[in-house]
Design a protein. Structure first.
Length: 174
């Protein structure tokens, strides 16, 4: 017959062994998860870059050729190799929302589906972000950029709607 202390010691050793095995599995899964996250991040960046390049090529094809003597000074829209590349192109006739980076596209689609003007703090949870001050301010910056580039209008301070386009507008790309 085995004594109670010996039996408890044997069970403790078995439990300790199981804990070590599970900790090893957790460590392996953590490494696999980190690798998967890196792969996802690279794919997202690649897709966003391709969308950007396609949008720029589309914009370049739509613009008339400028003679060399009238060439504009280099700026964020003409810089080579992605240096200073404009992520949110100015709206123009025929340009679709798909050319925008994901978060900007999501914002425009949310505003398009809304019954009326929306504020940044109403948009943040709809794009899957926590409603912290930093996320709200970051989203407000994106909204302002979309207004600058003609995708949205800000009818009243902080209230954003889809841009109304057409004759009689006093702002370009609005």
């Amino acid at each position: 017959m085995v004594s109670l202390p010996e039996e408890l010691q044997a069970r403790e050793a078995a439990a300790r062994q199981r804990v070590q095995e599970l900790e090893a599995e957790v460590a392996e899964l953590a490494l696999r998860l980190e690798k998967a996250r890196e792969d996802l991040s690279r794919l997202e960046i690649t897709r966003e870059t391709v969308v950007q390049v396609l949008a720029e090529l589309s914009a370049a094809e739509a613009e008339p050729e400028v003679p060399a003597r009238d060439a504009p000074e280099p700026n964020e829209t003409t810089a080579p190799h992605g240096v200073g590349v404009m992520m949110v192109p100015p709206w123009r006739e025929g340009l679709v929302v798909a050319v925008l980076p994901d978060v900007y596209r999501d914002i425009v689609e949310i505003i398009a589906d809304a019954q009326g003007p929306l504020r940044a703090k109403q948009i943040v949870p709809r794009i899957g972000l926590p409603t912290t001050t930093g996320k709200i301010e970051g989203t407000r910056g994106k909204l302002k950029r979309l207004v600058e580039r003609g995708w949205l209008d800000e009818d009243a301070p902080g209230q954003f709607t889809l841009a109304r386009r057409g004759p009689g507008r006093d702002r370009a790309n609005s």
